[in-house]
Design a binder for this molecule. Structure first.
Ligand code: NAI
Length: 466
């Protein structure tokens, strides 16, 4: 009496990894279902991550510009104020449009949404809301969750994660951000622009760990100028929420100086995320994880159990939506019998502050450590006509190329539209192109892209406008 519904692929999790994998599977003719327990599709990214944060970043950028830069452009305005309720409505509308968009894509591609929490109840079987489904292939795309620090309880009111920081009911007077990484800087900048006094506490000696050293220093300088305060080489040992706010205790990262007290209205904990595999039934079916709780897979995203795969934040690699999406596409194509490959060295990273920070490939520190001889070309936005016209002259483009072959090995940008500019360099690197290829490409004038061209010219010591 097997009336069990059978699918070619059942994907658990409808974030960027899961939903993109589903669309590609459906395109390739597989009968596909996605399990999602949230009331809307799109996962962390669309609901409480990338998309709502970008909505707040955009609105706060506009406010900041109107407040501080419009005068210089000859625009006088009076009575400028923040309407937080309207800002939040914009954010909610953007999220709704995006999550509804995924629902439309599911219908268009005939992908079933199995509503509820998915459990891998046996090999080739997923249970959702007490109903069992047969699946030739099961894909785990359950993403990641916030981590806190020992002794610090996130209540999403006074001590918040990124989720709570997207929903503050008022602009805090004092916001302390624990963690000078991507979330800390993006959301710290939002609330700083809206008027909060923001202090970022970072354990390491510089913010944005993993990024190119010069970019890390420059970004800190720029954010400090914008009013954000930093305490680096510092750890938070406790944060206690009470009626009059949150009391924090700080110590030097080395633990050799005396403790310091700090108070705040709101504390944002942004010290990283962990793979989310709760109640999936991994132990029962025997799927192995590593010491950091990430599901172990081979290069084709297969776990140690036949027919079970994993992609996105739940496996190793950068926790980035676009990395998960690419993995989803590659996996779908592998399941359809095609070949697929993702070059992790060419996954760009972008921090959506203003100015933006973007990187791809190797940092100078990595090249030095690997003993690779490289040439460096650097060009500032301050020497670019379009950037001057925009009043956005901070930052630079840095291109690193192999000293012998001129192949582009890495690029690091801090400046206006850095996240968009990095795409040109990513494409060149995908083709194993050289700095000379970029330098010889005709770039429209006047554009910010000319800074990329000039940096490429600078690799060979022949920039034109400096
Ligand atoms: P992160 O790993 O980017 O930064 C965490 C920071 O906290 C690090 O600088 C770390 O040194 C610091 N830290 C750790 N323990 C600490 C302690 N006890 N005291 C003080 N500082 C401490 O993690 P984040 O910002 O929470 O983001 C989580 C994930 O989400 C990351 O993988 C990130 O790439 C991703 N994400 C990406 C975005 C983007 O691409 N624009 C936006 C938001 C998140």
């Amino acid at each position: 009496m097997s009336s069990q519904e059978t699918y070619d692929v059942v994907i658990i999790g409808a974030g960027p990894g899961g939903y993109v994998c589903a669309i590609r599977c459906a395109q390739l003719g597989m009968k596909t279902a996605v399990v999602e327990k949230r009331a809307t599709l799109g996962g962390t990214c669309l609901n409480v991550g990338c998309i709502p944060s970008k909505a707040l970043l955009s609105t706060s950028e506009k406010y900041e510009e109107a407040n501080h830069s419009f005068k210089g452009f000859g625009i006088d305005i009076k009575g400028l104020s923040v309407n937080l309720k309207a800002m939040m409505k914009h954010k909610t509308d953007v999220v709704s449009a995006n999550t509804a968009g995924i629902e439309y894509l599911f219908k268009k591609n005939k992908i079933d949404w199995l509503k509820g929490a998915g459990v891998i109840s046996a090999k080739g079987e997923v249970t959702v809301a007490e109903k069992k489904y047969k699946a030739k292939h099961i894909v785990i795309a359950t993403g990641s969750d916030v981590v806190s620090l020992p002794g610090i309880t996130i209540d999403e009111k006074q001590i918040v994660s990124s989720t709570g920081a997207l929903e503050l009911p008022a602009v805090p007077k004092k916001l302390v951000v624990i963690g000078g990484g991507v979330i800390g800087l993006e959301l710290g900048c939002v609330w700083s622009r809206l008027g909060a006094d923001v202090t970022v506490i970072e354990f390491l000696d510089e913010i944005l760990p993993g990024m190119d050293g010069e970019i890390r220093k420059e970004s800190r300088k720029i954010f400090e100028k914008q009013g954000v305060k930093f305490k680096t080489s510092t750890k938070v040992t406790s944060a206690k929420a009470g009626k009059s706010g949150v009391e924090l205790t700080l110590e030097a990262a080395t633990g050799d100086a005396k403790a310091e007290k700090l108070s705040a209205d709101i504390v944002l904990v942004a010290v990283g995320r962990k793979p989310y595999t709760d109640a999936l039934g991994l132990d029962e079916v025997g799927v192995k994880t590593d010491e950091r709780g990430r599901i172990k897979t081979d290069a084709h995203f297969k776990t140690n159990i036949d027919g079970i795969y994993a992609i996105g934040d739940v496996i190793a690699g950068p926790m980035l939506a676009h990395k998960a999406e690419e993995e989803g596409v590659v996996l779908a194509e592998i399941l359809a019998g095609q070949s697929g490959h993702l070059d992790y060295n060419l996954v760009p990273g972008v921090v959506y502050t203003w100015p933006e920070v973007a990187n791809i490939g190797q940092t100078e520190e990595q090249l030095k450590q690997a003993g690779i001889a490289y040439k460096k070309g650097k060009f500032p936005f301050s020497a670019n006509g379009r950037a001057r016209a925009m009043g956005a002259t901070e930052g630079f483009v840095k291109i690193l190329a192999d000293a012998r072959t001129d192949q582009v090995l890495g690029a690091h940008i801090i400046g206006p539209e850095a996240g968009t500019l990095i795409a040109e360099i990513a494409a060149v690197m995908e083709f194993r192109g050289s700095a000379e290829d970029i330098a010889r490409t005709c770039h429209a004038h006047p554009t910010l892209e000319e800074v990329v061209k000039e940096a490429a010219l600078a690799v060979d010591g022949r920039p034109l406008h400096i």
